[in-house]
Ligand binder design. Sequence first.
Ligand code: ASP
Length: 591
Amino acid sequence: MYRTHNCGELRLSEQDKEVILSGWVQRLRDKGGMVWIDLRDRYGITQLVFEEGSTTPELLTMAKSVGREYVLKVSGKVVERYAKNPKMPTGDIEIVVAKLEILNKSEVPPFMIEDDTDGGEDLRMKYRYLDIRRNPVREALALRHKMLQETRKYLSSKEFMEVETPMLIKSTPEGARDFVVPSRMNPGEFYALPQSPQTFKQLLMVGGIDKYFQLVKCFRDEDLRADRQPEFTQIDCEMSFVDIEDIQKAFEGLVKYLFKEVKGIDINEIPIMSYAEALQQYGSDKPDTRFEMKFVELNDVAQGKGFNVFDSAELVVGICADGAAGYSRKQLDALTDFVKMPQVGAKGLVYIKYLPDGQAGNEDGSFKSSVDKFYSQEDLQSIAIKFNAKAGDLMLLLSGEQDVTRSALNELRLKMGAELGLMDPDTFNVLWVVDFPLLEWDEDSKRFHAMHHPFTSPKKEDLALLDTDPAKVRANAYDMVVNGVEIGGGSIRIHDRDTQSLMFKHLGFTEEEAKAQFGFLLKAFEYGAPPHGGIAFGFDRICALFGGADSIRDYIAFPKNNSGRDVMIDSPSPIAEEQLDELQLRLKLED
Ligand code: ASP
C-alpha cells in the first residue's frame, strides 16, 4: 500500500494516527540532529520530521540523502506541530516518520518547482511534466477540467447530443491553411484535418439530430500568437429550426451558467451591437466595453483650419481620456511612438489638453495642444464640445484613411484603457456583435472571401445586393465578445441547394469546383435539410479568460511554441525513408 492519505488532507483531528503517505520532495531542511521534508502531491504538502533520538541513525542518514523531487513513501504518526503554519491547510500537524522508502530518485530539476519559478518558457515547455507539478499549471488544468464537465452537463441537460465527427476529412474552409495527412491506401491522396467540424455538424442537422454539441479538437495551419495554437478545442454546437434569437438565447444560457458555476459571477442582460456600430465607436469588431472612451468623429470641426494633415484626411477621429490632461511631454511622446509603430499604423498623433482650472498653458486659454499654431482656443473648444470633454481631460486625435485610422485608434484606446487602469480584470462584459458583412474583399486574390465561412446565410433583405454591391450584403452571423476577446462565433446557415450554389459562385468557385469540394453537402441539401444554425466557442480562450491569463498555452497540457513545435517530444520531425516509401512520397525540400 502506497498511501492511507494524500499529502493535502491530514488535520489535527487525525492526531496520533499511523499513516502512510507517498509523494515528491518539495524541500528539505537539515538542521543536523533534525531534518524536515515537505512531501508534495497533487492535493497538497505535508511536513515530515526526522529527529535524532526518536529516529534511528540510519533513517536520519537516509532522510538527509534525499534530493528535490525524489519520490518517497513514508509511514509514521500524525503529531501536533510546535510551530504551526496557518498558511498551509496541513499546517497544524507533521508526521514523525518511522519508515522511509525511496521509491525513485530524481535528477536536480532544471527549474524550481515553485509557484514563482525561475524557469523560462522554453525550459518549462521542454520539461512540461515538471512544469505540471507546479500549482499554477495544475490549477489551470483543473479549471479546464471543470469547464469541460460543466459544459457537458449544461448542454446535455438542454438535450444537446454530443456526437463525434471524424478527424481525417476533406478540407473545410475556415480561412486558414489545412494540415494534411497522406493516405497510404490511396497513394497520392490526402486527408485534411478539420479546421472545424462545420460541414459534419450541418449534415447532423440534415440527419435530424436537432441539437448537437462536441468538445472537439480543430486544426489550423496559421501563424501563431499568444491566443492561437495549431490545434485547439472548440465547444462546437448546431441546432435545427432556429433563428438568431433562438441561438442567442441558448448560448447566453451556457455562458451565464459557466460564469455562475465556475466563477460565481452573475451575468445580466447581454447587449447586442452591430458590426458597423462596433467599428464606428471602437474601431474593432471585438470591442472591450469595460470602459467607454468611444470614438468621436471630428471632420466637421477639425478640418478647414489650415492644418493640412487633417484637411487632406478622409477621417479625423479621436478619443477622450478622462482626467489624463496631466500627461507629461514624455508620456505623450511615448504615445506618439506607439501609434507610429508599423503594427499600429498611424502617421502621427495630435493631442489637446483641457487644462484644469488655474493651469492655463497659453496665455489665458484652457486648452494646450500640439496644433496650437493652427487652432484658436475657440476651435479647440468646439472640438472639446464634440467630445463632451471637461477640464482635466486629454483628447487624442488621429487622421488618415478610414480603416487604418480606426484600427490605429482602437490600439491607442486599448493602450490608454490599460494605462489608466480601466480594464478591471474582475469585470466581465459580455456582448453580441451581429450583422457582419457576408463577404470581404481580398486584395491579394482580387476576389471576395466569405468573412465567416461559405455556409453562412445572407440576410434576406440584402440578397438583391449580392449582384450589385456584394460588400454591402450582411450575414446572419454573430460573435460573442468578452472584454475585447472574441470567445465564439457562428451563423444561421444556408440550407437550400440553390442559395448555397449561388454563394459558391460569388466566392469564385466554378460549378465543377463547388461540386468536387462540397458536392456531398449540396447533395444533402436536396433531401429535406432543415433550417439550422450554430456557433463554436474557443474553449481554450474561455479557459484563459476565466483564469485571468493572456495566453491560452497556460490552459493546454502540452502546447506548442510559436513555431508550432512541441519542444518536449521534438515534433514535427523527419520520418523514416521506409515510411515515405510506404506512402509513395518523395521529399523535394527547398532551401
Ligand atoms: N465553424 C465555425 C468556426 O469554427 C463556427 C460556426 O460557424 O459554428 O468558426
